[in-house]
Design a protein around this ligand. Sequence first.
Ligand code: ATP
Ligand code: HSE
Length: 326
Amino acid sequence: MAVYTEVTDEALRAFLADYALGELVAFRGIAEGVENSNYALKTEAGDFILTLYEKRVDPAELPYFLGLMDHMAGRGLACPTPVHGRDGQSLRSLAGRPAAIVTFLPGVWPRRVRPEHCAPLGRALAEMHRAGEGFAVTRPNALGPSGWSPLLDGCRARGDEVQAGLIAELDVALAGILAAWPSEGALPVGHVHADLFPDNVFFLPGEDGKPRVSGLIDFYFACTDLLAYDVAVCLNAWCFEPDYAFNVTKARALLSAYDGVRHFSAAERAALPVLCRGAALRFLLTRLYDWTHTPAGALVTRKDPLEYLRKLRFFAQADSAAALGL
Ligand SMILES: Nc1ncnc2c1ncn2[C@@H]1O[C@H](COP(=O)(O)OP(=O)(O)OP(=O)(O)O)[C@@H](O)[C@H]1O
Ligand SMILES: N[C@@H](CCO)C(=O)O
């Protein structure tokens, strides 16, 4: 369910005339993803993804996302590269929506994460942080600490329907996290992905048969924030088993591979536990908000907020970098 806006053949051909991509060969909607309308597009020049940005994306922010991908791809990162039209622009309009074409990345995202995925992931994350250096535009993290209180307030009326006592528990957790959050300037800041879940990382087998990262996608939560926060997001999204047990082997592989490319500072190591709690709370709150605001029967798969309550509770008691595998 991620084709919200239909594109006619006629409109597509007229749109493609503004690019030097040759004739249209094939075109189909992609079912995965929930935010935007995505199409797989084949032209004489190769394979591409056409994205029509839907209402949750603020058009004013698109130049940041597209510019960041351009910058990172230019520095050798395997991320989608925006295709520029004959007039030099990568952001245009199609079927009444802002639209862009980006390069297609080969690979498959892991449906079941194995420890062998975690070292390549850690390396790719650190390489992404390096590739972002020098991109001068900034974007504050709307879903960072200053956004969590308003989000929690938005869940207050119905949150306890999901689990009794949930809102009171989250009030306490949020106060503790905000009190312990690193002060400005204490940790290195840069461009972070902020949503590097398994469905945003493609892998292909390397020559040795082991998985290697072939591409990172979906930069539409990217922002300027603490680099180590991205690591905390990955520990949340990649290092728990289906029974919610934390897998320290996966975490160790991720963290040591990251550190091999970009060293953690002492302050980052010390802050990692609270960053993990913050990241768990961020996904818990957006999921809880969606859970309590999505009408029953809507064609959107709601994600389970309580998965992140379990993770938040784990990180609340694993209060040292060593307990997290660092
Ligand atoms: N550059 C790309 N190369 C190959 N496949 C891509 C690319 N971009 C997107 N896709 C495919 O489209 C699917 C949906 O993309 P994406 O995750 O960006 O959707 P979304 O709706 O914007 O985001 P979300 O995952 O937040 O709902 C991906 O799972 C992937 O299969
Ligand atoms: N990765 C988020 C969804 C937004 O992309 C989640 O799992 O809650």
